[in-house]
Design a protein around this ligand. Structure first.
Ligand code: ATP
Ligand code: MG
Length: 632
């Protein structure tokens, strides 16, 4: 085993040699001529001239050795269905789907928009697009028609694949009417719509335009569709960012570099081996779903578990029972999901036999130390916080236990991953921060490693303008996150760069205050926002959901807990960080991917229009927030 420091150093100082080695983890139809072309920065082209295919690497190349091994496990606690597909089953289904898509007029390079629930056909559709060189754009199935419409408008797909309905908490949510409504509001419509009818909500079909998957599947069953071989930098897919900070951006990714990046991450970060089972609890509508429900595990020859349902239904022990039943070796979830579980803590929560599980990976949001410790104590397995973005496609910060076994630190997503030249810069002077424990903006020196954003779809100019700046003649990519590095090189994320609060000239990350508050035993979740204040510039306001609500139900109870919380912040961060107000609320507004919408809360506090509510999980939560803000 190498040591990580050397592994990382090589990735940055000798990228050609390093990535050429990693590239041998996948199958190439034609070898590449050049590892990296960075002649027109910040645009990077990896593995120039190499020819490959994502679907081939995810499925076909396993057929020789593990055709009968499990590739896809589908569990729906919504409909009570459970299905297992071997690599050879998946191979057949994907080819059938590919034949259907081709029959609907889709060609190499065309975009296909996928608006689907968490069912096997969604995975078939993604892989089928990759197989024929079509560019998929998956839109989260939980979005309502206006969010869907703006993404259709932007993506201009040749074909849309959807379903009759999704299901959430036992309630059927018909998708087809939402799609039809969205299509009313776009300027260019696709010629064809393919509908998977699950038998949940009979879809009304539009003649000439809408096609039934069930009947076309019958027609194309047993079809053979060879992989379309693609040049390494041909786009593999586009995917919208979560929209936490504003209008989502259509991240476009390449083919060869993405395949290499995923295969490498499965080995070095997720430590997966063929025949094992990977369980990512995300949704195919998000980047974690693309990289670690669909492509990554399959490329590694692992079975992947696709779960439709809530983490708490029929009870909060459900995921752990699935770990036992399918012998899951690596699980990938989000801090939000773990916090929900923590709220439902009871003796039977971890009853299942978790001996197969080696590590739990968590990403998407800061993992506060108390939640990290809680789940660590419950599982007694490494909890691996990892930091990345839709743009990066795979972890930027983590620990690479497949290279060298390293400890995680609670509250930190760890070290820069190989290939990412991560630095902190002072956001006023742009100078690099070299001393430990000083806050700055997290940036990455270009070129970004393989697998990262290639451009914003159809908008190179916006890509450059949004993410890149030239500092001392060098292109640097901004993550827009604010962080700090400790003496050991571990990074801590302190919040979004624009979430930094300026209280009487002191700069504080909202995350630091949240971290401190979440140390209070009765705090389930907390969001801290900066609110403009005529005297101090900004003051911090904390919104808290309590674990035990009855303890804060009375004025006296709430006051007592507020005092304790303020004391805690004062102890950890000093008086300057004390929130001006602490408010208990029934719930916090989040995006559909479970991210806190601090900016929406801030808007309410400052009496502005919240905006961007289309991405919100539950809009009624905002009313309670507004009420808490105005109550004295
Ligand atoms: P948008 O860019 O559209 O506003 P978004 O940034 O929320 O939305 P994503 O790409 O899904 O969209 O999220 C990436 C962001 O999530 C990171 O920039 C960071 O702020 C946060 N994040 C992800 N993982 C972690 C982590 N482990 N610790 C702290 N923050 C994290
Ligand atoms: Mg972002």
């Amino acid at each position: 085993m190498t040591n990580y420091t050397e592994f990382y150093r090589r990735s940055i100082e000798e990228p050609d040699a390093f990535w050429a080695e990693q590239a041998s983890l996948i199958d190439w139809k034609e070898p590449f001529e050049k590892v990296l072309d960075y002649d027109s920065p910040p645009f990077a082209r990896w593995f120039v001239g190499g020819v490959t295919n994502l679907c081939h690497n995810a499925i076909d190349r396993h057929i020789a050795n593990r055709a009968d091994q499990t590739a896809l496990i589908w569990v729906s606690t919504e409909t009570g269905q459970e299905e297992t597909y071997s690599f050879s089953d998946l191979h057949a289904e994907v080819q059938t789907m590919a034949a259907i898509i081709l029959s609907l007029g889709v060609k190499k390079g065309d975009r296909v928009l996928i608006y689907m629930p968490m069912i096997p056909q969604s995975v078939f559709a993604m892989l089928a697009c990759s197989r024929i060189g079509a560019v998929h754009s998956v839109v989260f199935g939980g979005f309502a028609s206006s969010s869907l419409a703006s993404r259709i408008e932007d993506a201009k797909p040749k074909l849309i694949i959807s379903a009759d309905a999704g299901c959430r908490a036992g309630k059927v949510i018909p998708y087809k009417p939402l799609l039809d409504e969205a299509l009313e509001h776009v300027s260019t419509r696709p010629a064809k719509v393919l509908i998977v009818d699950r038998g949940l909500a009979a879809p009304s079909m539009c003649e000439d335009r809408d096609e039934s998957y069930t009947s076309l599947r019958r027609e194309f069953l047993g079809a053979t569709v060879p992989c379309e071989w693609l040049e390494s930098s041909s786009p593999s897919y586009t995917l919208y960012t979560s929209g936490t900070t504003g209008t989502p951006k259509a991240v476009q990714r390449e083919t060869g570099g993405y395949a290499v990046a995923l295969a490498a991450s499965m080995k070095h970060i997720f430590c997966g081996s063929p025949g094992e089972t990977f369980f990512a609890t995300s949704d195919i509508g998000w980047v974690v779903g693309h990289s670690y429900i669909v492509y990554g595990p399959l490329m590694a020859g692992m079975g992947t578990l696709l779960y439709e349902g809530l983490p708490t239904r029929p009870d909060p022990g459900i995921w752990w029972r699935l770990v036992e039943k399918y012998k899951v070796t690596a699980m990938f979830s989000s801090p939000t999901a773990i916090r929900v579980m923590k709220q439902h803590e009871n003796e039977s929560l971890f009853e299942a036999d978790l001996s197969s599980l080696r590590s739990l990976y968590l990403a998407g949001e800061p993992l506060d130390a108390p939640t990290g410790k809680w789940i660590h104590d419950a599982l007694r397995k490494p909890i691996i916080d990892n930091y990345w973005q839709t743009e990066s496609g795979w972890p930027i910060l983590a620990v690479a236990n497949g290279v060298e076994r390293m400890n995680s630190k609670f509250g930190s997503p760890g070290l820069p991953m190989y290939g990412f030249a991560v630095r902190l810069i002072d956001n006023e002077t742009g100078e690099q921060i070299t001393v430990p424990n000083r806050k700055g903006i997290l940036i990455i020196d270009g070129p970004l490693p393989p697998g990262c954003i290639q451009t914003i779809a159809d908008d190179d100019e916006r890509f450059v303008r949004t993410y890149w700046s030239e500092i001392h003649g060098r292109y640097v990519y901004s993550t827009f996150d604010w962080g700090v590095r400790d003496e050991d090189g571990y990074y801590f994320i302190l919040g979004r760069a624009d979430d930094v609060i300026n209280v009487a000239g002191h700069r504080l990350g909202t995350r630091e205050i949240e971290e401190s508050i979440s140390g209070h035993p009765n705090v389930a979740e907390v969001a801290v926002v900066g609110v403009s204040d005529s005297l101090k510039g900004q003051v911090a306001v904390a919104f808290i959901t309590a674990k035990d609500r009855s303890a804060v139900a009375t004025g006296d109870g709430a006051s007592a807990q507020k005092r304790e919380i303020l004391k805690l912040v004062e102890r950890d961060l000093g008086g300057i960080a004390r929130p001006a107000r602490v408010l208990f609320v029934p719930a916090l507004p989040k995006t559909r991917s479970g991210k806190l919408l601090r900016r929406t809360i801030q808007a309410i506090c400052e009496g502005r229009e919240p905006g961007n509510v289309a991405t919100i999980e539950d809009p009624t939560v905002l009313e309670a927030i507004a009420e808490a803000v105005t109550a004295t």
